[in-house]
Design a protein around this ligand. Structure first.
Ligand code: ADP
Ligand code: ZN
Length: 524
């Protein structure tokens, strides 16, 4: 029909509706695919711009665009953004009254709504599906698609039911999006959501402007201050595991002249919201927080993310450090980690709810995190390899690349350490074991008669700090296990047998000396 306005183009919508000049990365290709009616699987790091990948085709196609999202906060965020842009969008969630819901349904029927955001459990209700089948649907977008994977870190059973969309709406394109997906999760998404015909769009997860550094925890507050000295006036996030520590560290930093605010789920809502707002709007504040902080935080000029405690997986580490340097300017991911972290997380894991299978998965994830800490090659290569992405060359922009890593043959001392664990009955903590190895006769040693053990005093070739490092590394590598009774005693694990039998040798990373570490943590 000649008299009609020309069809809008993707680029036209990007400019006119969203006010941006150009697509980023694979956005254009993804949008073209979905707008033409094809399925797509999109892997893009957080902040990469996933929303436009379904919002633009949603506007290009006739009918209602249905967006499945697991998080109410995220939905409402997007709905209000679209609203401000003049795009009719609504979120159906449990907070709405029956009247409001009926009203929304009516507006959808009249074709007044372009985007419907809905939680997965809501979407798959038979009434809801029947309602949608009576409408023209432009596309389905399934956000946070990794939630369908049992292997993934936040499996949601209701996602499994989204597989039926393929059958119920065979002619409606479906686009699944996620920021976390190793190969295995990716295959699970395809299989469970029936996306066999989806074109896959994989973006690099590399964040080249982030400098990664992980150092052994020694005097964490002092180490943190050394790191911060060169970053006065920068905005940053310091992650801690416990609420108590969050408050203590925030107070400590403030006392040291670094304006810092606490954030954790135990604070009153108003204070939390207030601190978050200040962090977003003021310059140069440090947010000291538990992992409760960060979801949906879009502050581009966060200059550093520091971890005073170990995250429980590389997925978490990547997400949390990924909040630094969204603006593309140089930023730091800094972490201090020690044996106590390992012991604590292992205990938490063993005490957690959940079946054995789930615990095994979590254990595996923690092991991968620990491996990154003890990594002797390029950190970035190791991190990306975990997400099944190969970086051909060492990055030249991480501590290991810049400082180099010394390794040493720890086979003999490791055997002595394991022997000390075994002969003392597999229930003592590192302090006691080090006393045995160094031949320190004190009351705690004498009480069980440990001065008579053959390993007593055998380990004088290493000093106390070196032994502590070695024990940490043995636990990190799974050669020794932590007793889970809460006292942190060590015992042997099955995997240490070949080492004890002399069948394999052990190369370990050498910790930097304290003064080297202090120097190193100040520069990037
Ligand atoms: P994700 O969902 O992948 O984490 P978002 O879709 O929230 O990322 O996008 C992150 C930020 O980047 C948002 O502020 C968004 O407006 C912006 N953005 C996305 N695509 C573009 C683009 N092509 N040009 C400019 N800004 C963009
Ligand atoms: Zn590197």
């Amino acid at each position: 029909m000649l008299d009609q306005a020309p069809h809008p183009t993707a680029l036209g919508i990007l400019k006119d509706v969203f006010g941006y000049d150009a697509f980023r990365g694979k956005q254009a290709a993804i949008i073209e695919r979905v707008a033409a009616g094809g399925d797509a699987l999109v892997l893009m790091p957080t902040g990469g711009g996933k929303s436009l990948c379904f919002q633009v085709p949603g506007l290009l196609r006739e009918g209602l665009a249905v967006v499945v999202s697991p998080l109410i906060a995220l939905m409402e965020d997007q709905v209000s953004t679209l609203d401000e842009l003049g795009v009719a969008a609504v979120a159906l969630n449990s907070t709405l009254s029956n009247d409001e819901q009926r009203d929304i349904a009516e507006r959808i029927r009249r074709g007044e709504i372009k985007f419907l955001y809905v939680a997965p459990e809501r979407l798959v209700q038979p009434r809801m599906l029947a309602f949608l089948q009576g409408l023209q649907i432009g596309l389905f977008a399934i956000d946070e698609a990794h939630c369908v994977s049992q292997w993934g870190h936040d499996f949601r059973p209701e996602y499994l039911q989204l597989g039926q969309l393929a059958e119920l709406f065979p002619h409606v394109p479906r686009i699944a999006l996620t920021a976390t997906a190793d190969m295995r999760t990716r295959e699970e998404i395809v299989q469970r959501l029936h996306l066999e015909n989806a074109e896959r769009f994989l973006s690099s997860f590399d964040r080249p402007n982030i400098f990664y550094r992980i150092l052994p925890k020694d005097q964490p507050r002092k180490q943190l201050l050394a790191f911060l000295t060169a970053r006065k006036g920068d905005a940053g996030i310091v992650y801690c595991l416990s609420r108590k520590k969050v408050e203590e560290v925030a107070e400590f930093l403030s006392g040291q002249g670094y304006p810092a605010l606490p954030y954790h789920a135990g604070l009153p809502n108003e204070l939390r919201a207030y601190n978050q707002k200040r962090f977003l709007n003021e310059e140069g504040l440090i947010m000291v927080a538990t992992i409760a902080f960060g979801m949906g935080i879009d502050k581009p000029n966060v200059r550093f993310v520091a971890h005073l405690d170990l995250p429980k997986s590389l997925e978490a580490y990547y997400q949390e450090t990924g909040r630094a340097g969204r603006d593309g300017l140089p930023a730091d991911a800094w972490m201090a980690y020690g044996l106590q972290d390992v012991i604590f997380l292992k205990q938490m894991l063993s005490n957690s709810e959940g079946d054995e299978r789930h615990k095994r998965v979590e254990q595996h994830k923690l092991d991968a995190m620990l491996a990154l800490c003890e990594e002797t090659r390029c950190r970035r290569q190791a991190l990306l390899a975990y997400f099944d992405e190969e970086l051909p060359q060492p990055c030249g922009h991480c501590d290991n690349c810049i400082d180099g890593v010394q390794t040493w043959d720890a086979t003999e001392p490791a055997r002595q350490a394991l022997s000390a664990i075994y002969r003392s009955g597999q229930r003592y903590g590192v302090g006691h074991l080090v006393d045995i190895l160094l031949g320190r006769e004190n009351d705690k040693i004498r009480a069980p008669g440990h001065q008579h053990l053959t390993v007593f005093g055998m380990g004088k070739a290493l000093n106390e700090g070196e032994w502590r490092t070695l024990f940490r590394q043995l636990v990190a590598r799974g050669l020794a296990d932590v007793d889970l009774d809460g006292y942190g005693g060590l015992r042997l694990s099955d995997t240490c047998r070949p080492l004890l039998r002399g069948e394999v040798s052990l190369q370990l990373r050498r910790d930097l000396k304290p003064q080297q570490a202090a120097k190193a943590s100040g520069s990037s």
